[in-house]
Ligand binder design. Structure first.
Ligand SMILES: Cc1cc2nc3c(=O)[nH]c(=O)nc-3n(C[C@H](O)[C@H](O)[C@H](O)COP(=O)(O)O)c2cc1C
Length: 385
């Protein structure tokens, strides 16, 4: 059961939804990076549960840093963090224990690992609780990316049949941090909220589409054949629970376009700098980053745990059965999914920036660390403004 991602910035997540804690080990963080629990909390707030539009599970999400820090700075040793599980109610899963939910991981896990080894409580490792570890690693990755002045930001483009305002300037997507639904403006937030409330009332759920940007990424990250940057980003995004689709730049629209429409025009942009005018390839060409902003989109399916009854088979009797899931679930997983997608993008890009050598893999000087700190503060201010 692989739980590790990355070659230079290596992230391993662990823990089960109803076990004692979730956690993450990040190996390969250069020494000298200032990290506080406040930095981690800042990013975690965007995937938190407990408000009325998402899962009602009320977790403290309090990070405990166990290793890799000395005097507030990384030492180069594995940075490890845990988050204690404080609000698990396993009895809510007693029906799931013998009636696998359609559209969830229950049946394939039972088939592969055996019913006797299956931790159905809160969906075990398949729970979105695991994504807290990803977002924590993403916070460290986002901070390290400040070394090359790269910012990661995303928003929710649509939920079910409701299209929100599309973001035309990546930096404007930071505005979505103000809204619980991760919509880009108030008007869309209101429409998303109304739809989510209607789904909750019906006991149903909706899918959604997120768009995530890397603003000002270094050029040349990736490889021309295997380990193409698009493949790594696609793999990381598709590794998120409930993601069913990934595209970048013109994406699936390209299949309906003419070559003349899809040409990423090369233009001179001051001095000898060359730019791609329309950035139709979403910042990635030939397996490498072009230096233009990276633009990816990911589709989240509707939550499979719904109150509306769906058909399954009772594993105790092997008779057809129905299941109506009444526990605490997200009506639209895409809402909290935006912050997880941002984290996955940050983790992959920092890994590739270190492989390229534009972020040092051994240590940051005091000056470099100070500049990172200043840029991080500016980023936090922008998110709050
Ligand atoms: C942020 C987030 C929250 C989620 N919340 C729930 C949930 O409350 N209930 C649920 O059934 N699935 C939820 N999921 C999705 C399941 O974890 C996922 O569908 C399941 O693990 C099966 O994996 P797959 O859909 O990728 O095949 C969530 C996913 C994400 C990203």
């Amino acid at each position: 059961m692989s739980s590790t991602l990355g070659r230079q910035f290596v992230v391993t997540t662990f823990g089960e939804s109803h076990g004692p804690a979730m956690g993450v080990v990040i190996d390969g963080v250069p020494a000298g990076l200032e990290i506080t629990t406040e930095d981690i909390r800042f990013e975690l707030q965007y995937r938190r549960t407990g408000n009325y539009l998402v899962s009602g599970r009320r977790e403290a999400d309090e990070p405990e840093i166990l290793s890799g820090l000395y005097n507030g700075k990384t030492t180069g040793a594995p940075l490890s963090l845990i988050f204690r599980n404080t609000d698990a109610i396993s009895s809510l899963y007693s029906e799931v224990s013998h009636k696998p939910r359609p559209g969830h991981s229950d049946l394939p896990l039972i088939r592969k690992y055996g019913r006797e080894n299956w931790d159905y409580r809160g969906s075990g490792r398949s729970s979105a609780r695991e994504t807290i570890s990803r977002v924590a690693a993403g916070a460290v990755a986002k901070k390290l990316l400040m070394h090359v002045s790269t910012y990661i930001s995303g928003y929710l483009k649509s939920i079910g049949p409701v299209d929100g305002t599309a973001c035309t300037d990546p930096i404007a997507s930071l505005n979505s941090k103000k809204f619980q639904t991760r919509a880009i403006d108030r008007e869309t937030d209101e429409r998303f909220t109304a739809l989510i409330k209607s789904a909750m009332k019906e006991g149903n759920s909706y899918g959604g589409l997120a768009e995530v940007f890397a603003i000002n990424p270094p050029e040349g990250m990736g490889e021309p054949v295997f380990h193409k940057i698009k493949a790594e980003l696609g793999g990381a995004i598709l590794s998120m629970p409930a993601v069913t689709g990934f595209e970048y730049g013109m994406g699936f629209r390209a299949s309906r376009m003419k070559g003349s429409e899809a040409a990423d025009e090369i233009v001179k942009a001051g001095g000898n700098r060359l730019r791609l005018k329309g950035n139709l390839s979403g910042g990635m060409l030939g397996g490498l980053t072009t230096g233009e902003d990276i633009v990816v989109r990911c589709a989240f399916k509707p939550t499979s745990s719904i109150r509306i009854p769906s058909k399954t088979v009772d594993l105790d009797t092997m008779e057809p059965a129905e299941i109506s899931v009444t526990g605490r679930h997200d009506p639209v997983v895409a809402v909290r999914g935006v912050s997880v997608a941002e984290a996955m993008m940050a983790i992959v890009l920092v890994d590739y920036a270190m492989i390229l050598g534009v972020i040092p893999h051994a240590r940051l000087s005091e000056k470099e660390s100070g500049t990172i700190g200043e840029r991080w503060e500016e980023y936090i201010k922008k998110c709050r403004s």
